[in-house]
Design a protein around this ligand. Structure first.
Ligand code: ZN
Ligand code: ZN
Length: 294
């Protein structure tokens, strides 16, 4: 499998000199595999650049699965700017979590209503199918994908993708169920030591994964003022990933107030925490243009 980050920012696009390295575009990741899977995960503003590149480099019709974790702006705003949707002959199946009072189709259509955007969803020339997803195992783009609910103010799914003997998870957006991961008086760093059932289930979902891409919008110092906004700290993510024996961890969905220096510092702190917990897990902060082969 190959992955490329087209957008790593959370909440709102953040262009400017201070974000040149980690990037200013909101969430978008492209996954391709040798067996022909082509999955686009979230369409934040990064999807615009991905769409342009696909058109420039694809000879025939473009076909892909688009997998939304949820429909907050920073995950869907690039969808109307994804140029392959405007080309007849292209084909997309669009997936997102069920459970809100509107279907995925109606939510995406809403952001293209004429008050917000000049072209309506129904005017897109590509063939587009929509499918609302529940928790569980799904066959998408010839690949087994296990969806599990995240702890977020809107219905949100994480995705565990299994192919060619490797497992990749994309988990965004998600907030800890409980402040403080470990039970008192037990050895930290193990799944059984996680205090809250929801957090333990979240960690078990990541168990033995080759790669986890997880949002980590805040530092532990920032978190108390942002409680219930639906996001994690890097410390929570590292602690759970270590307990789950994850091999490589990429932190993403960077807060708009964090410039490159700040995110570099988060990366160093996250690596030190993993080491202090006795893990040799690789930890990186995702940057725009970052490619991973796994
Ligand atoms: Zn988000
Ligand atoms: Zn969100």
């Amino acid at each position: 499998m190959r992955l490329r980050f087209w957008g790593t920012r959370g909440s709102i696009a953040t262009p400017g000199r201070g974000t040149n390295h980690f990037g200013g575009n909101t969430s978008c990741i492209e996954l391709t595999s040798d067996s022909g899977a082509h999955v686009i995960m979230d369409c934040g503003t990064g999807a615009r650049l991905l769409g342009n590149q696909l058109i420039a480099n694809t000879a025939g019709p473009i076909s892909a699965a688009i997998l939304f974790t949820h429909t907050h702006w920073d995950h869907i705003q690039g969808f109307p700017f994804f140029a392959p949707l405007f080309v007849p002959g292209n084909h997309f199946t669009v997936y997102g979590p069920e459970g809100s009072h509107l279907s995925l189709h109606d939510v995406l259509s809403g952001q293209m209503e004429h008050h917000y955007f000049p072209v309506e969803l129904s005017q897109l020339a590509a063939r587009i199918a929509y499918q609302d997803l529940s928790e569980g195992i799904h066959e998408i783009s010839g690949t087994k994908i296990c969806a599990q609910s995240m702890n977020h103010p809107s219905p949100t799914l994480g995705y565990r993708i299994e192919a060619h003997g490797v497992s990749v998870l994309y988990l965004s957006d998600h907030e800890p169920f409980y402040e403080g991961v470990w039970r008192h008086g037990v050895e930290p760093g193990r799944l059984e030591s996680i205090r809250e059932g929801g957090d333990r289930r979240h960690a078990e979902y990541m168990r033995d994964a080759d790669l986890v891409i997880h949002e980590s919008q805040y530092t532990p110092e920032e978190y108390p003022a942002k409680k219930n906004w639906g996001h994690s700290t890097f410390a929570y993510v590292v602690e759970l990933a270590v307990a789950a024996r994850v091999r490589r961890l990429f932190l993403t969905h960077h807060d708009p107030s964090h410039d490159d220096l700040f995110i570099e510092n988060i990366e160093q702190r996250a690596r030190k925490l993993a080491k202090d917990l006795g893990s040799n897990m690789e930890v990186s902060c995702a940057y725009e243009g970052c490619e991973i082969e796994i």
